[in-house]
Design a protein around this ligand. Structure first.
Ligand code: FAD
Ligand code: SIN
Length: 542
């Protein structure tokens, strides 16, 4: 059942061939391709540029150097993925990478050059070669800027900022004899709250793309911006889409530890260029954990830091670049240098205090190799999706690449599907608001939000146990009940929409983590400390 505030607000309707939810790299690059075949509407919950994409630092991994090869990039990706990468998806992403990067350059993205016309390729953890295309450490801003500029020039694309999608409109929800997520079900668009006007509108479309990004805000400490509340996964799950591998939450090893920094990321490229991880006493430790030392895959580095911090009781470790030349640091990492300096840390002279924080969600909405979900007319791309590329641990800088490649493939196939969809007048029946009233208790929303994020950080974090997972589940079940009640009784706000979604995603993460009875990649359970390839070399599908 949906609820729409028909009696409170005027009911508005918008129609398009393609509805894109999200304006990060996945949504914008899809829109730019799809607009050649039909009208495109983008809804995005804040300003157009606000996305994880905008904050990406390191860059995009791709085979661009003479001494590199597709096979090496595939091997590195699969090794980081700890036995769960789908090789066909990895091959596709790696082999399509160079073309997608050339397209970004043609759109106007300016990446850092080593010599005239030769890209400066960076190095990051788990990569055996230099293959990270970057724009110093402002890579995301450069890409997002180029994409937005192109989208805004296009008359076939309309953008609705400050519009937050609430739920997908599916046939099964309108017709009771159709099974949710079954073969006759299909997505017809979405209900969306216009945050400025407080109106709920229906956006009807022939093809819908979820490109709503990640869910870092489910955890207390995260590198992610505030938009990352897992809305797409939650909406798709409620609509009956398959969701997979949500236990694989990636913790980035190095976010700055500072009360005013809100988990600002210190890019892995800093270690790629020679940054050294040290304990508070100055000693190094990564050589004990992996032959690649500080450049080991992220799951190993984050767990090693967590272990060392718990052993010593320290609240952070250090990332040290003081041995590197000052001008080189300022030139290669101007964003990080400036941010740290604003916090009183001159990184050319002092080590940077860092801790791990939630960074990326390897699981998501299951798609095929064209971004199609199990529900007709619904596609997903970017961090919200599960394509099989990342396995149990994503290799650094493979996320932007995956989004570009899959959005391109999805747009091509969706254009073909569009041609086969008959023009039909869909009517959405008005819904009953029930007895919903304006909430006078927003403190409930903020308290529940805070509690969920603490539960997830404390019990479903880098190191898990059966007892911690059960405790998290018990507490979350109570909160889910409370939020459900609140959702139905009060007029919808964007805070309430996000709270409901982080609770749903937290529940999905716990369910997946409880199912997997082994330790692998980013999922580490002290009650099953070994990897079990006989029983668990498979995805966790809900
Ligand atoms: P996003 O870029 O997050 O965009 C999601 C969009 O959906 C936003 O516009 C958001 O407002 C909108 N949205 C969300 N919910 C709703 C809703 N309910 N209704 C309407 N709109 C909604 N990856 C790399 O490969 N290389 C890197 O160097 C790198 N660095 C990173 C640094 C940081 C600090 C972070 C946080 C991530 C980094 N990542 C990096 C990961 C990568 O940036 C993201 O995985 C990627 O940008 C996701 O792109 P996306 O388009 O899927 O989602
Ligand atoms: C970083 O710059 O360390 C982030 C890279 C990534 O998340 O892929």
């Amino acid at each position: 059942m949906y609820r729409i505030e028909i009696s409170v607000h005027r009911f508005m309707e918008t129609r398009s061939d393609f509805l894109v939810m999200g304006s990060g790299i996945a949504g914008l690059s899809f829109a730019l391709k799809a607009c050649k075949y039909g009208s495109v509407v983008i809804v995005t919950k804040r300003s157009c540029e606000e996305s994880s994409t905008k904050y990406a630092q390191g860059g995009i991994a791709s085979v661009m150097a003479e001494d590199d090869s597709y096979d090496l990039h595939i091997k590195d990706t699969i090794e980081a993925g700890a036995g769960l990468c789908h090789e066909d998806a990895v091959r596709l992403v790696v082999e399509n990478g160079p073309d997608r990067i050339r397209e970004l350059i043609e759109l106007g993205a300016k990446f850092t050059l080593r010599d005239e016309d030769v890209l400066d390729l960076g190095r990051e953890g788990g990569h055996s070669k230099r293959r990270i295309v970057h724009a110093t450490d402002f890579t995301g801003e450069e890409i997002e800027g180029a994409l937005i500029k192109a989208v805004k020039k296009n008359n076939n694309i309309r953008i609705y900022e400050n519009h937050i999608a609430i739920d997908l409109i599916t046939k099964s929800r309108l017709e009771s004899d159709i099974k949710s997520g079954g073969k006759d079900d299909m997505v017809l668009g979405a209900y969306v709250l216009d945050k400025n006007k407080g109106e709920v509108k229906s956006f009807l479309s022939k093809i819908t793309l979820l490109a709503t990004g990640g869910a870092g805000k489910v955890y207390l400490y995260t590198s992610n911006p505030d938009i990352a509340t897992g809305d797409g996964v939650a909406m798709a799950y409620r609509a009956g889409a398959k969701i997979a591998n949500m236990e694989f939450i990636q913790f980035h090893p190095t976010c700055i530890y500072h009360p005013q920094a809100k988990s600002f990321l210190i890019s892995e490229a800093v270690r790629g260029e020679g940054g050294i991880l040290r304990l508070k006493d100055g000693n190094t430790f990564m050589e004990k954990y992996h032959p690649m030392g500080c450049l080991a895959p992220r799951d190993i580095v984050a767990r090693a830091i967590d272990f060392e911090m718990k052993k010593s009781g320290d609240d952070h470790i250090y990332l040290d670049v003081t041995h590197m030349e000052g001008y080189r640091i300022r030139e290669r990492f101007p964003n990080i240098y400036k941010k740290c300096l604003s916090l009183g840390i001159d990184i050319t002279k002092m080590p940077i205090p860092v801790v791990p924080a939630t960074h990326y969600i390897c699981g998501g909405i299951v798609t095929d190799l064209y971004g199609k979900t199990n529900i007709r007319r619904l596609y997903a791309s970017g961090e919200v999706s599960f394509t099989g590329v990342h396995g149990a641990n994503r290799l650094a800088s493979n996320s932007l690449l995956e989004a570009l490649v899959f959005s391109n493939r999805a747009a091509n196939v969706a254009a073909k599907e569009l041609r086969e969809i008959p023009s039909e007048e869909i009517t959405i029946p008005p819904w009953d608001i029930g007895n919903a009233v304006d909430s006078d208790e927003s403190v409930v929303v903020s308290n529940n939000w805070d509690e969920i994020r603490r539960i997830m950080w404390n019990y479903v974090g880098i190191v898990r146990s059966n007892k911690r997972l059960k405790r998290a589940k018990r507490r979350l079940d109570i909160l889910l009940e409370e939020i459900k009640e609140y959702y139905w009784n009060f007029i919808i706000t964007s805070d309430l929409i996000e709270l409901r979604n982080i609770a749903t995603v937290a529940d999905i993460i716990i369910q997946c983590a409880m199912m997997r009875k082994e330790s692998r990649g980013l999922h580490y359970n002290i009650d099953y400390p070994q990897r079990d390839d006989i029983n668990w070399r498979k995805d966790t599908i809900l």
